[in-house]
Design a protein around this ligand. Sequence first.
Ligand SMILES: [Zn+2]
Length: 288
Amino acid sequence: MGRRRSREAVTLRLTPMPELPEVETIANGVNRRIRGDSIVSVWFSNYKEPFRTPPAAMAETLAGLRVGRFYRVGKHIVADLTAKSSRAVRAQWIVHLGMTGRLLVSKPEVPMPRHTHASLRLASGRELRFVDPRRFGRLELNTGAPFTGPGREPLTISPDDFVALFRGRKLAIKAALLNQSLLQGVGNIYADESLFRAKIRPTRRAGRLPREWLDLLRRALRTVLQAAIRAGGSSVSDYVDADGEAGFFQIQHCVYGREGLPCRVCGTPIRRIVLAGRGTHFCPHCQT
Ligand SMILES: [Zn+2]
């Protein structure tokens, strides 16, 4: 019965835009499949947009390294790469999925999907492919200090640090949640959903929110993100092992994308405004 609960909450979204839960699900799915495998050779497309590190330099470093692990940092997927005989991290391969990027673990006989920009051939015979139709995704090699991302992690930040993030901020709390140098990985959907669950208007000034409200918000964020990660885990095979066309899972939304529909708590029509350039959804009755 435990499995059905998450299945029922999952639907496929046709206009994907990966946020923290999707990135974490893909990172975990890839990690389970290819951790310990080694990169034999590398192929890159001729497009220049996806490459923050020149492809030739990236290929030269990647070939021959072993995959220590794949994990999520903010909205980035990071691969720690080691020499075959050592555990010391030699380099990190950093993947940002952008709007439509995917990582696929494929058998070599599966034709490369259109819009494939990278294919890493592995010692096991499989290929790790980066597919991205809209080319907002980015690939980068890091040989310096371990990558930590621009902001703090919403799932692990302490209550005190969370409150401190917003102190003195004049911008709206919704805009603050989207600011990746404050919290990393929170996008439009989970910002709206967590503010609804914390009963906070998205337009409230971040720096004026009482500590109790921010505590509620921190917990609401963690709850919605973890629910989405659980939902994704049950359907991860649909996109890590698929042909790159599947949409992303999503949990049932309370406000996001529900303009004019009745609030699930009080029945008041959900309102949509534009805030910080993004469609913002809230219940004018429940959120004050
Ligand atoms: Zn309501």
